[in-house]
Design a protein around this ligand. Structure first.
Ligand SMILES: *[C@@H]1O[C@H](CO)[C@@H](O)[C@H](O)[C@H]1NC(C)=O
Length: 165
């Protein structure tokens, strides 16, 4: 009796549950998001400081290229929200491509020149294996303020001192 029940359960597992799991794994692709910040480098120092501000309405582009030809195969634009964060929805996997986020433009007057060193950020555009986390974070990108804010020299001195320790 027990044996029959076990056999039935195993059969049920083999016929129904396993195929369902496999199907969910291969076809159940859920979109994920590429998230990152765009800042104004108010001290023109090439990195974020406590004086850095974040730019609402900045345009960025996510680009994925073929590894060999470097031809752009996928490109989508995003805009930062009020806290300077963009959030781009990606519908499919680009694991085999070289992807990066690129600065497109800043609406903030006096802060519209992309910092050449922080104008793009590499990102792997594939879903995390974890089921729960659908976000991937790109490094922040920044525009340079035309003139450094007063107080930056003092601020940067502090950063240098804390680096020395
Ligand atoms: C801006 O977008 C980010 C990422 O989606 C989100 O976490 C944040 O709450 C948004 N900020 C506002 C003020 O909506």
């Amino acid at each position: 009796m027990a044996n029959t029940t076990t056999t039935r359960l195993l059969l049920l597992l083999a016929l129904c549950v396993l195929p369902a799991l496999v199907t969910a794994g291969s076809l159940g692709f859920r979109p994920f998001r590429i998230v990152g910040n765009v800042y104004c480098d108010t001290c023109r120092c090439g990195f974020e400081t406590s004086a850095t501000t974040y730019i609402p309405g900045a345009k960025v582009r996510l680009e994925c290229r073929d590894r060999k030809t470097l031809q752009v195969l996928y490109s989508v634009e995003g805009v930062t929200n009020s806290t300077g964060t963009y959030d781009i929805l990606v519908e499919d996997d680009h694991q085999d491509q070289i992807c990066e986020t690129v600065l497109v433009g800043s609406p903030l007057s006096g802060c519209q020149l992309a910092d050449p060193g922080r104008a793009r950020a590499n990102i792997i555009v594939t879903r995390n294996n974890g089921v729960l986390n659908d976000m991937r974070f790109a490094n922040s990108m920044g525009f340079l303020r035309d003139q450094a804010l007063p107080g930056c020299a003092e601020l940067l001195k502090k950063y240098l001192e804390s680096d020395d320790q």
